[in-house]
Design a protein around this ligand. Structure first.
Ligand code: ACO
Ligand code: KIV
Length: 583
């Protein structure tokens, strides 16, 4: 028996039943598990209908219009625009759209879809709404599963079939009366995923015939997981069964419409496409009834991150999100795939380290290939895609708190303040950052990190700056024999005096002058670089020094100045002051 220490029977699980085998009729020869998605399906946003019907405050015409314009600008070609028989607001929006289309304000390749139940009066109203549209799809739906048939409709299979056929025939007559209007048909057996597959097939094939679908004027059969009930493989089997068995397959667009009750809407849609679906309905960022419709943004960007053209434009994902949040009056979660505020951000040390290394490697690879970083293949750990591709900057990628390590801190100092700390100093500084963030319990911003670094390592040796050693003045020159000479006025504690030193470079001459003042310094490590931020022409120097002889403290000091030599002298003075060993 599998080890399981948890308490049995805590929840009344016996009230629920697993999905019924009769809804899954595909035998073991399914082909979807080994398929791959190599091109994008037709994405059809239903935000203005299914998303809208889930809002506490349905969209008015202004909000619907803003949403519609966004969808067009992103590249959607077929857009469900409403349930015109539901309300005056929905009807009026479709009329508004007809005006836009007729005035040429909507591109010719956009096809609006309108949604209707199988009721003649409501079908009439639906057709009234699209009068004047040169192209449209009318989407008919009726629930088909046993529970809905018995409990909601009070009709058996034959009666549901009769209702559907009457409604479909009525639609065909209304469309025939508008020959100039290029109206196509769509059918959704609502609750498809809990309906007997043979019944769905019977209904769909009946409509394919009744509407006389052809490859030139295909019918869309839209098979929803109205309420998710099973693992995504079951839905995939159901879709593959329909894909294989639908009549006049070349005259049928097989569409899916997953919801997200089990949190697997995206998985259902992806497996359904593997199983033969050609069209996917969903909403941006997954708005929709209950836990939402499947999220088209995630689906499309999942493809993108696999090197497949998503056929949609997400190059400014924050602008997309802003419009959707405005129209839905619902926020997008900070952890929402691809679009959340935090999804490109790493707080944790090892992730930051890997990302910082990955970004550096990426820049190097681009340089080697002679291409812009935006063109180079993407291979950065922990970032499934380049944030820049969706309009995000790298600024938010690394953020520092007490979970962070040296890599992230160093990355921020380098990218935001132009300070490229040597490896050992990174570890040293990281401990100071950890102490500060542990104490505050807060995140440290790049500016706060910079300030912390300056306070900790730049102890410049000016009177009043807090160090025991003050460098009051200094000059360096070269003696006739080539040796470097440094002359300086130092204040050590409360004693001031002039000192002179010699060496093979100006820094060693300064160290020699310090020795003359009684301060023993060995420079163990030294590095310097130009500061590459803020348009300054400063230099930074870092020195790891043993101060106070063989048994003295080993400490880092740093200096920043417009003169490289001054920065290096400051770095040594800072180290002395940090060691507190002068005098
Ligand atoms: C899964 C989905 O997303 S389905 C779409 C759901 N969306 C919406 O409902 C939003 C818009 N709907 C509405 O505004 C209203 O429901 C209206 C205007 C369409 C109809 O309103 P009403 O006539 O008051 O009916 P009501 O909303 O109570 O719907 C229930 C009736 O419709 C029947 N019904 C439900 N679905 C359908 C359907 N697809 N086709 C035909 N009849 C249906 C029910 O059996 C019930 O009939 P009954 O009154 O004989 O028992
Ligand atoms: C009727 C279909 C398309 C639907 O909205 C659903 O099942 O959720």
């Amino acid at each position: 028996m599998i080890w399981n220490p948890q308490r049995p029977g805590t929840m009344p699980f016996h009230r629920y039943r697993p999905y019924e085998d009769r809804v899954n009729v595909l035998a073991a020869d399914r082909s979807w598990p080994s398929a791959r998605i190599e091109s994008a399906p037709l994405w059809v946003p239903v935000d203005l209908r299914d998303g809208n019907q889930a809002l506490a405050e349905p969209m008015d015409t202004a909000r619907k219009r803003r949403f519609f314009d966004l969808l067009v600008s992103m590249g959607f070609k077929e857009i469900e625009v409403g349930y015109p028989s539901a309300s005056r607001t929905d009807f009026d929006f479709v009329r508004h759209l007809v005006g836009l289309v007729r005035s040429g304000a909507v591109p010719d390749d956009i096809t609006p879809v309108v949604f209707t139940p199988a009721r003649p009066d409501l079908i009439d109203r639906t057709f009234e709404s699209i009068d004047g549209l040169p192209r449209s799809v009318v989407h008919l739906y009726i629930p088909t599963s046993p529970v809905w048939r018995d409990v909601v409709l009070g009709r058996d299979r034959a009666a549901v079939r009769a209702t559907v056929e009457e409604a479909a025939a009525h639609m065909a007559r209304l469309a025939d009366a508008r020959p100039e209007s290029h109206i196509r048909f769509q059918f959704a057996p609502e609750t498809f995923n809990v309906t007997e597959p043979d019944f769905v097939l019977e209904l769909c094939d009946g409509l394919t015939e009744l509407w006389d679908a052809s490859p030139d004027r295909p019918v869309t059969h839209n098979l929803p997981a109205t309420v998710e009930i099973a693992t995504p493989n079951v839905y995939a089997d159901q879709i593959e069964y329909m894909h294989r068995n639908l009549a006049r397959r070349d005259s049928v667009i097989l569409s899916v419409h997953p919801h997200n009750d089990r949190g697997t809407g995206v998985a259902c849609a992806e497996l359904a496409v593997l199983a033969g679906a050609q069209r996917v309905e969903g909403c941006l960022f997954g708005n929709g009834e209950r836990t939402g419709n499947v999220d088209l943004v995630t689906l499309a960007l999942n493809l993108y991150a696999q090197g497949v053209d998503p056929m949609l434009d997400f190059s400014d994902i924050d602008a997309v999100r802003e419009v959707v949040e405005h129209c839905n009056r619902l926020p997008v979660h900070p952890r929402h795939p691809y679009a959340g505020d935090l999804v490109h951000t790493a707080f944790s040390g090892t992730h930051q380290d890997a990302i910082a290394k990955g970004l550096a490697h990426h820049a190097k690879q681009a340089a080697e290939l002679g291409v812009e970083p935006r063109e180079a293949p993407w291979n950065v750990p922990y970032l499934p895609l380049d944030p820049a591709d969706i309009g995000r900057s790298y600024e938010a990628v690394i953020r520092v708190n007490s979970q962070s390590g040296k890599g992230g801190t160093a990355y921020l100092l380098r990218t935001r303040h132009g300070l490229d700390l040597p490896a050992e100093l990174r570890a040293d500084f990281s401990r100071a950052v950890q102490d500060a963030t542990d104490d505050s319990g807060r995140e440290a911003s790049p500016d706060e990190l910079h300030e912390l670094f300056r306070t900790a390592y730049l102890v410049p040796g000016r009177p009043g700056s807090g160090g025991v050693l003050s460098l009051l003045s200094w000059t360096a020159d070269t003696a006739p024999d080539g040796a470097h000479r440094c002359v300086c006025t130092l204040q050590v504690g409360d004693r001031a005096g002039d000192f002179e030193g010699f060496g093979n470079g100006p820094l060693s001459a300064f160290v020699d002058a310090l020795a003359a003042a009684g301060i023993s310094v060995d420079v163990l490590d030294y590095s310097e670089h130009a500061v590459t931020s803020g348009g300054t022409s400063e230099a930074a120097a870092y020195a790891r020094c043993r101060v106070g002889g063989a048994d003295g403290d080993t400490v880092w000091g740093a200096g920043v100045d417009t003169s490289l030599l001054a920065a290096s002298v400051q770095a040594v003075v800072s180290a002395v002051n940090r060691a507190g060993a002068a005098g």
